[in-house]
Design a protein around this ligand. Sequence first.
Ligand SMILES: NC(=O)c1ccc[n+]([C@@H]2O[C@H](COP(=O)([O-])OP(=O)(O)OC[C@H]3O[C@@H](n4cnc5c(N)ncnc54)[C@H](O)[C@@H]3O)[C@@H](O)[C@H]2O)c1
Length: 390
Amino acid sequence: MRILILGGDGYLGWPTAMHFSDAGHEVTVADSFAKRKWEVELGIAPLAPVPSLHHRVRSWKRITGKTITMRVGDLTNARSVYGLLEEARPDAIVHYGEQPSAPYSMQNRTAAVETQVNNVVGTLNVLFAMRHACPDAHLVKLGTMGEYGTPNIDIEEGYLTVTHNGRSDTMLYPKKPASFYHLSKVHDSHNIEFACRIWGVRATDLNQGVVYGVDTDHTLRDPLLRTSFHYDHVFGTVINRFLVQASLGAPLSVYGKGGQTRGFLDIRDTVQCVDLAVHNPAAAGEFRVFNQFTEQYSVLDLAHRVQAAGARAGLAVQLEHLDNPRAEAEEHYYNASHSHLADLGLVPHLLTDDSLDRMLAVVHAQSGGVDRADLAPTIKWKGGGARVQV
Ligand SMILES: NC(=O)c1ccc[n+]([C@@H]2O[C@H](COP(=O)([O-])OP(=O)(O)OC[C@H]3O[C@@H](n4cnc5c(N)ncnc54)[C@H](O)[C@@H]3O)[C@@H](O)[C@H]2O)c1
């Protein structure tokens, strides 16, 4: 297949590109390097330096003999997106190319607008360019479980059948997201569903849980093939951040009571889920929604699991409950359905003690350059934070 990976320089995009290339597909990666710019602006960096995409693509060719085509382009630039799709003529488009952080979007007006313009306009451009250049291609779009929020009823996979005044209909599951970033994903979902319903686009919206992990089989082949790993309070996801704190002997920062429960998955399962979606495409006109996670945990459960992994590694790790910078329920009902990917054959890598121990060992070995200042959450959902500005 011809597969186009948007956001191919990112934490998830690069391992996905290597996976499909290794399997013999014709892979193009595209990225604007916006994430690298945001890192520089915020003064934060991944745990270990990440070679440029150019260097990684060349290294991949040298190590495997396989070609990944690279294009630089901003998805908010319509001309660039049309050109990209006309050239790549993809059978499948895997769309990771968005601003991925809730705290980033909650800094101030500028960051909220930037997040929504980047994500919503970028995806709209992809939809229009698909209609023009490759109307039969399958869009596999990364959304987030955070689109649903934490409703006091079971979360279904995308749709809810409602009976109202004696009549029934099935509609998109109502969303109650908790940041301007998560809202951008909700807006994307509505725009994609509309394009499927009106134009006959085929799309799969992957409502992904929180990803953890350092490596996939492909990143392990050579340090020059590594992917980014963030531990900072803006881009670091919770397990990754806890692993770095544990490796430093710093307290694990639990926001509030820690009863916040979410879906989680291993980075290797992100790649596996995307592979399953690509190889089992949605029908023309179908807007398919998969809840992409493998296990549910509360933040406090995870802190205890990482604390225990620290103890096994001889590290004395404490927990610290911080005032929650976010506005979110800290004790709530959470039961999210996630059977569609399992039905397609997903075999999950679960968060075992063994996998935690291995991740902690890798992180510990790389933690020499950690800037502890980047761990403290300074962006507040209410009342503004350290970066209050227009
Ligand atoms: N990592 C997670 O835990 C997680 C969880 C749920 C959903 N997601 C979603 O998965 C996707 C990938 O996440 P990630 O962790 O790999 O993030 P990432 O920031 O590492 O990767 C995203 C990539 O997209 C690029 N990009 C952003 N805007 C772009 C634009 N306008 N044009 C071209 N490229 C652009 C960035 O430069 C970056 O390389 C994102 O859409 C994110 O919202 C991630």
